[in-house]
Design a protein around this ligand. Structure first.
Ligand code: B12
Ligand code: SF4
Length: 601
């Protein structure tokens, strides 16, 4: 049979934007690891497979912006492969788009079977089939053992009753077959069908696009996490069975990708790679034994309570260059309530040890739990700022996404809200586009906090270095909006003026505070200029502004806990202009600016 598989779109900014806007956002290229493995199995069984990732294919894609185009364009593309079955992969954040693509394809080719798989369709299988008649079936959970039985039954026209993990319609009733057993030995998985994906183009983007550090290439290391944090859905999906590919198999996969495509930096996709210490130590030992660590670098996910100096040292010596730690909340009360149970007193020690070994760190935090109180959020902000000042690469503060299938959803799913029509119509399907009601937290605070933390972490760290408590400032935001008649709708927060307004608010609020030194006022003003220039057209005149100090140097010293030097306090002029959506900043000494006759405001 001819099977066309379509990856789920990964939206550049998944945590904001209406469904309408999400269609326009740039998309992140990401290797659909699961689909590639299924493709190998299908090809081996004699089927003809195409993987069609619309973000590479439609006219909307450009070198800067990858975007899939309109649903009709996506549907036409799929139709060019003349499939018998179209299989869409799904994730919570882009589920409405996937459903739209499927609908557009159904109208173009009503007889072709539409199948869904992946975490979101698995969690919402029955609801999805009831809500959207154009979706024919969902293959739930891990599907390597069920995809061939399904396609074989479809080809022969035999009954679907025995296909494990299938949710389908029979006589207009939704039928849910028994679950598929999980795959215990992941070494039995075949090599992914890389030849079906534009791997070279993806690799090229990974190498050129992501800041100072190459984006690593995704490689599946294993599945399942034995913990059961209440907000997370992974424990249900993989039934809490922690598994890894053997160290030898994983190394074989890394070396194969290196030899075939030149990849030298891998993201070992596993929710909790370091769960089994002996496994990790053996993996590190094998990498060193073969001298592979000198060429191939890798990164992984961990928890601060299952790792220590000894393992970290082995990992660093074996080529580990980054670890992602989910801290989630800085409040011990919330740690317990959400079932994460991290001993917060150990966070600093573990992060410090990790950094001291030369391993970079990403930490992530969540806000918007239904039980969260202002003091909890304040504690989270304090830990996040502390992490920035310790030198972690990124502190992501993410708004909580309600995940169907999670414990939190079971308890508070009835209280999810959305400003948009589709999630309101089908909350149990599109919960990922909603938010929980937060009785103790102001909703505008939850809008601004993640946006500001993610955009200006170093600014917040610089303020905190001078003992400015930023939380009370956030609390005063609604009052300021009211005084300035600023409409605080959800779309306002997503718009271009919010960030400038916020910086103006910060400047005004903190300037009233006599403790704020002139260099800190300059730090805020500098960001305000950047934000303002980012909203100007590209042909707008260059902006020149004079500051009483070398702002980036002051920031650097504050964030790193170092004393600001006399040299930093030299008046400096900066030129700002907008080039291809990025603000370029150039530093001039005041004397040079005067010599060049550059007007200074
Ligand atoms: C790597 C990763 C990412 C990457 C890439 C995402 C991607 N394409 O997978 C990045 C970093 C971008 C990412 C981001 C996010 N992620 Co993420 N991510 C993962 C992670 C750790 C690994 C994914 C993976 O490769 N798995 C291994 C492969 C083999 O599994 P698989 O893709 O699910 O495929 C199997 C089955 O699902 C099925 N299948 C999948 N598709 C299809 C299609 C068909 C037709 C069929 C038949 C079968 C099928 O068959 C495959 C083989 O068994 C998973 C957790 C996990 N362990 O899976 C979370 C996970 C997918 N992420 C999750 C979330 C919530 C997010 C974010 C929303 C987080 C946030 N708050 O911002 C963002 C949103 C992305 C966006 N911007 O739109 C959730 C999704 C939950 C849900 N209900 O959808 C997961 C499951 C983790 C969790 N905590 O629950 N993520
Ligand atoms: S949040 Fe991390 S540790 Fe907790 S259940 Fe999910 S994957 Fe496991």
């Amino acid at each position: 049979m001819k099977v066309c598989l379509v990856p789920c779109p990964i939206i550049g900014n998944s945590n904001s934007g209406t469904i309408e806007k999400k269609r326009l956002y740039p998309y992140l290229p990401y290797l659909p690891v699961g689909l590639l493995t299924l493709s190998t199995l299908l090809e081996r069984a004699g089927h003809q497979v195409t993987i069609l990732d619309p973000i590479w294919e439609t006219g909307a894609a450009s070198s800067e912006n990858l975007a899939p185009g309109k649903p009709d364009d996506v549907a036409r593309l799929i139709q060019t492969t003349t499939p018998d079955i179209v299989g869409f992969s799904t994730i919570c954040s882009s589920y409405p788009l996937t459903i739209e693509w499927a609908k557009a394809f159904h109208y173009l080719s009503p007889g072709t079977l539409i199948l869904l798989g992946g975490p979101q369709a698995t969690a919402t299988d029955e609801q999805t089939l009831r809500a959207f008649p154009w979706i024919d079936m969902v293959l739930r959970g891990e599907t390597e053992n069920s995809i061939i039985p399904l396609v074989t039954c479809l080809q022969s026209g035999s009954s679907l009753d025995s296909v494990p993990g299938l949710t389908w319609r029979s006589d207009n009733h939704v039928v849910r077959n028994a679950d598929t057993p999980i795959i215990l030995d992941l070494d039995t998985l075949p090599d992914p069908a890389y030849h079906l994906y534009p791997v070279e183009r993806l690799f090229q983007r990974y190498n050129t696009n992501i800041g100072p550090f190459h984006q690593p290439f995704p490689l599946e290391a294993g599945r399942g996490c034995p913990f059961s944090c209440s907000f997370c859905s992974t424990s249900g999906f993989f039934r809490r069975r922690y598994r890894t590919k053997s160290a030898d198999r994983l190394i074989h996969d890394m070396v194969t990708l290196h030899t075939r495509y030149g990849m030298d930096h891998f993201d070992l996709a596993h929710d909790l790679f370091t769960c089994d210490t002996n496994y990790v130590l053996n993996f590190c030992h094998r990498l060193r034994e073969e001298d592979i660590h000198k060429v191939l670098k890798w990164e992984c996910y961990s928890r601060i309570d299952i790792i220590d100096q000894k393992i970290l040292a082995k990992m660093a010596a074996a080529g580990c260059v980054r670890i992602f730690y989910g801290i989630e909340t800085g409040s011990q009360r919330m740690q317990e309530l959400i079932g994460k149970n991290l001993p917060l007193q150990d966070v600093r020690t573990v992060v410090k040890e990790t950094l001291s070994l030369g391993i970079r760190v990403t930490t992530s935090f969540i806000c918007g739990f239904p039980q969260e109180r202002p003091e909890d959020l304040s504690a989270t902000l304090a830990v996040a700022i502390d992490m920035i000042r310790m030198g972690v690469d990124q502190v992501a503060l993410l708004p909580l996404i309600p995940l169907v299938g999670s414990k939190l959803y079971q308890e508070f799913g009835h209280s999810i809200r959305s400003e948009e029509q589709e999630p309101r119509n089908w909350p149990d399907v599109f919960a990922g586009l909603c938010h929980y009601e937060t009785p103790y937290l102001d909703s505008s605070m939850l809008e601004i906090l993640p946006r500001v933390v993610n955009r200006y972490p170093r600014l917040l760290a610089a303020l905190s270095a001078r003992n400015v408590d930023v939380m009370p400032v956030f609390v005063r935001w609604p009052e300021w909006c009211h005084a300035h008649s600023t409409r605080v709708s959800e779309s306002y927060y997503r718009g271009s003026t919010f960030m400038s307004d916020f910086l103006r608010f910060l400047q005004e609020t903190l300037s009233r505070d006599t403790r704020l030194s002139p260099d800190l006022i300059d730090v805020i003003r500098y960001h305000l200029v950047i934000e303002t220039v980012s909203c100007t057209p590209e042909d707008a005149p260059i902006v020149s502004e004079r500051f009483n100090c070398d702002v980036p140097a002051v920031m650097q010293h504050l964030v790193e806990n170092k004393a600001v030097t006399w040299e930093d306090l030299n008046p400096t002029t900066y030129l700002f202009w907008n080039s291809e959506g990025k603000v370029i900043v150039r530093r001039l000494t005041v004397a040079l600016a005067e010599l060049l006759g550059i007007p200074q405001t």
